[in-house]
Write a protein that binds this ligand. Structure first.
Ligand SMILES: CC[C@H](C(=O)O)C(=O)SCCNC(=O)CCNC(=O)[C@H](O)C(C)(C)COP(=O)(O)OP(=O)(O)OC[C@H]1O[C@@H](n2cnc3c(N)ncnc32)[C@H](O)[C@@H]1OP(=O)(O)O
Ligand SMILES: [Co+2]
Length: 135
């Protein structure tokens, strides 16, 4: 069964957003980390069926900062798990889908990931995570 890994929400100030999700909604905060390669700071709240990711831009020139300036805080991307990221990207490329990353990137925890441009995904930014083998 395909899995939704996370839904991401862009915020102006991560620290200011944490109390709503952690204290008022009661969601467990798993981790807060800088992702310098993506020019963001992120927080993850694991839930049954997928996580919520909060994303704060750390560079005013980044795509995330531009999104925030144009649209304000709100839903930013969804992340779907795939078993074979290279094969999935190849299939998407061959179908004419606009990829943001031609080849997978590697997150600080070793997760391989890539993004599909919202122009090719019905207005939604889609992130793909490669599911760890055996997960
Ligand atoms: C380690 C990863 C971490 C994790 O999950 O573990 C993360 O999730 S990090 C999250 C932050 N990283 C990213 O978002 C990387 C992918 N995003 C980008 O590369 C850019 O933000 C991009 C290309 C989506 C937009 O950047 P930019 O505005 O410079 O690009 P374009 O001029 O090519 O496109 C502008 C066009 O796209 C629309 N847009 C932008 N962001 C979104 C969005 N999140 N959802 C829907 N649409 C979006 C924007 O409105 C423009 O539309 P247009 O109709 O052309 O005016
Ligand atoms: Co994400």
């Amino acid at each position: 069964m395909p899995r939704l890994n996370h839904v991401a929400i862009v915020v102006e100030d991560l620290e200011a957003a944490l109390p709503f999700f952690r204290d008022l909604l009661g969601l467990p905060l798993a981790r807060v980390a800088d992702a310098p390669a993506e020019q963001v700071r992120v927080a993850f709240f694991p839930m049954e069926g997928g996580e919520i990711e909060l994303v704060q831009p750390t560079d005013p020139e980044s795509g995330v900062a531009k999104f925030l300036a144009r649209r304000g805080p709100g839903l930013h991307h969804i992340c779907v798990e795939v078993e074979d990221l290279d094969g999935t990207l190849k299939r998407l490329r061959e179908a004419g889908v606009q990829l943001i990353h031609e080849s997978p990137l590697v997150g600080s925890d070793g997760t391989r990931y890539a993004f599909i441009h919202p122009r090719s995904a019905f207005g939604v930014l889609v992130e793909l995570y490669e599911r760890a083998s055996g997960a």
